[in-house]
Design a protein around this ligand. Structure first.
Ligand SMILES: C[S@@+](CC[C@H](N)C(=O)[O-])C[C@H]1O[C@@H](n2cnc3c(N)ncnc32)[C@H](O)[C@@H]1O
Length: 285
């Protein structure tokens, strides 16, 4: 693997990847509406050749494979050994012939003009040099080929991130200032920036559709159980585990109580669901 994206390669093969793996079913459930919206925009057809970028544990890869196989080709790429390992297991269990590549999507020597469709569910916001990455990926598309992905809009528009984090801001020491557009979940929040990246990379017909849907943070038989589930997940996935690991027991307890209170405020009869805001981005080669 190249020196580019080194931090992400380390994170997704380390603690971040381990957390995603441990919470795969829960994450797939939470993100399913977003993936479904991106799949609808992608319009994969039987017989097509498709690449799933940053496929993770493979939920959308399996969906795409069911759409294009047996006549087509399904390739999926990810830098995370544990996550792509889980994706491979799932494909094997379903007897789906998917070509998984443990590689950096921005540098892997895919065959030129190999794909009809480049797809991603939340897997393209992590490149150190997004213009170079998308230029490289565009060359893998056939004439008339298409790109479709879903990415989060800004941090401020996404309550699933803001609500639990906001609850602890007055309790914990101040966070180091975040670099705008640093590789990470919100790097593609600014539509004008993403539009510029894709145009510089040579894509045409770049289009953005806002997609807003509740993100399910907790489920349970009762409202209380759903809140417990949501708190449990907030402490395991996202920015909080790293943040809280560095605190004293007392601060951790106070922070957990504040998170519980904030999430209880979002509980409904159907579980704890908070607002999420994404872009569905489409373009052509
Ligand atoms: C937020 S997760 C999304 C995973 C999966 N698409 C899903 O929706 O469950 C982001 C994924 O992108 C992968 N990733 C990050 N940078 C990458 C790169 N340069 N090349 C390939 N995969 C990358 C990570 O390893 C991780 O699996």
């Amino acid at each position: 693997m190249s020196a580019a994206n080194e931090q992400q390669i380390s994170d997704w093969n380390g603690a971040t990847g381990a957390r995603w793996l441990a919470n795969q079913e829960w994450l797939d459930r939470s993100l399913s509406t977003y993936g479904a919206a991106a799949l609808t925009a992608a319009r994969a057809r039987p017989g097509e050749a498709v690449l799933d970028i940053g496929c993770g544990a493979g939920a959308t890869t399996l969906d795409l494979a069911r759409q294009v196989l047996p006549g087509g080709t399904m390739v999926a790429v990810d830098i995370s050994e544990p996550l792509i390992g889980r994706a491979r297991e799932r494909a094997k269990a379903l007897e789906l012939a998917i070509d998984f590549k443990l590689a950096d999507a921005s540098a892997h020597p895919f065959k030129p003009a190999a794909f009809d469709l480049l797809f991603s569910r939340f897997g393209v916001m992590f490149f150190d040099d997004p213009v170079a990455a998308f230029s490289h990926l565009r060359e893998t598309l056939r004439a008339g080929g298409r790109l479709a992905f879903v990415c989060w809009r800004s941090m401020g528009e996404n309550d699933w991130f803001k609500v639990p984090l906001g609850a602890v801001l007055d309790i914990l020491p101040p966070l180091p200032p975040a670099e705008p557009f640093a590789p990470g979940p919100f790097a593609f929040g600014d539509r004008r920036r993403v539009d510029g990246i894709l145009r510089q990379a040579g894509f045409a017909n770049v289009a953005f559709a806002p997609f807003d849907a509740p993100v399910l943070l907790g489920l349970g038989e009762t409202r209380q159980a759903a809140v417990d589930d949501a708190v449990d997940q907030a402490l395991r996935v996202g920015p909080l585990p790293r943040l809280l690991a560095e605190q004293t027991d007392d601060l951790r307890e106070r922070a957990t109580a504040a998170i519980r209170k904030a999430l209880a405020g979002c509980a409904t009869a159907d579980g704890v669901a908070v607002f999420g805001a994404a872009w569905i981005v489409t373009a052509t080669a």
